[in-house]
Design a protein around this ligand. Sequence first.
Ligand code: SF4
Length: 287
Amino acid sequence: MEIKQAKSAGFCFGVKRAVDTVYEAAKEQDVPVYTYGPIIHNAEVVQDLSEKGVAIVAEKEDLLRCKGGLVIIRSHGVGREIYDFLKQHDISYLDATCPFVLKIHRLVEKYTAEGYRILIFGDKSHPEVAGICTWGEVRRTDVLESMEEAENFPISKGNEPEKLCVVAQTTFHNKKFQELVAIISEKGYDIIVINTICNATQERQSEAKEIASAVEAMIVIGDTKSSNTRKLYEISKKECKYTYYIQKAKDLDLTKLKSAKSVGITAGASTPNNIIEEVQNNVRNEF
Ligand code: SF4
């Protein structure tokens, strides 16, 4: 059996940076270390960090109990109100927000100050998007997920075209981004489109598509809560009917790969290398 593993599978630059920050802090700091939300969507890594004494704080108000310790902000980033809260209560923090997400915060802030209405293409329930929204004005910042929502987005009002700045969640699907832009471009706005989809995501998605179209079975590894892994699964499934979404090596039913002559493997940005290697070894050893 031929195995094609995506070179882009696994931790991206931003996730690696955030995870390394927490491991280093857990080792070096002599104060309690907290992450604001799980550092990544990977249960095994979160469990390992918990065993090293790193606690998760889920709500803003709970940050008060971190006084005297160190809070680490994860790669998805947070809203403006969290920075304000931490400063107001004199709580120490390390900002491990991915620089690509921070760039979107700055763009939204800048264009809002210049009078632009903000449109974010992304998953409304995702913490990255929730964080990005807070850098705009509540009444002039919208999130769109679907073609239908883009169709229903109002046309520009007034005599002059209203100014509109479009950005995207870093893990948004590139083709869908272009399709939504095409719809919004017809609404009469003075529009600035900034494609803020991260290269790591684009590369991982293109490579998954390429591999899935060339193999008989495809394995996508990642936590079920990871939106970028879910997207990899959707892309792969379109190309390869026999695509399997697993979280860990033991989730893979090897009997399903029995008749496949070639298998592709990719993984989301929050999947550690050791899990990817274990899956690859299991497939190799079995066939
Ligand atoms: S996917 Fe891109 S934007 Fe998101 S954390 Fe990774 S490098 Fe940063």
